[in-house]
Ligand binder design. Structure first.
Ligand SMILES: [Zn+2]
Length: 96
């Protein structure tokens, strides 16, 4: 699914641009039909996608650790096979 801003649609008219005839009227009717369909379409609640990275570091004991760049969750094992942080749900992209 791809979320878009339906308020940005502009209803265009071929007739208003000087075009005449059945084809121009049919075109405008089709555009108007779709504009009304878009206006009546239900809206959905969407949460913003949070992107973060696993930040590698060595702790005070010299052991390798990885920290979620969003929430700070610390992993003891390499978490790069995890696409999301299990604590905050951030979508992991690449290591910093
Ligand atoms: Zn996190």
């Amino acid at each position: 699914m791809r979320l878009i801003d339906a308020d940005e649609f502009e209803v265009i008219s071929w007739s208003a641009q000087g075009q005449r005839g059945d084809y121009a009227r049919g075109y405008d009717d089709g555009i108007q039909f779709m504009a009304e369909k878009i206006d009546k379409a239900p809206t959905i609640e969407a949460e913003p996608v949070i992107n973060a990275v696993w930040q590698y570091y060595m702790n005070d004991e010299g052991k390798a650790r990885w920290r979620c760049g969003n929430c700070g969750r610390i992993c003891r094992r390499d978490p790069h096979d995890k696409l999301r942080c299990s604590t905050c749900g951030a979508h992991m992209t690449k290591e910093a």
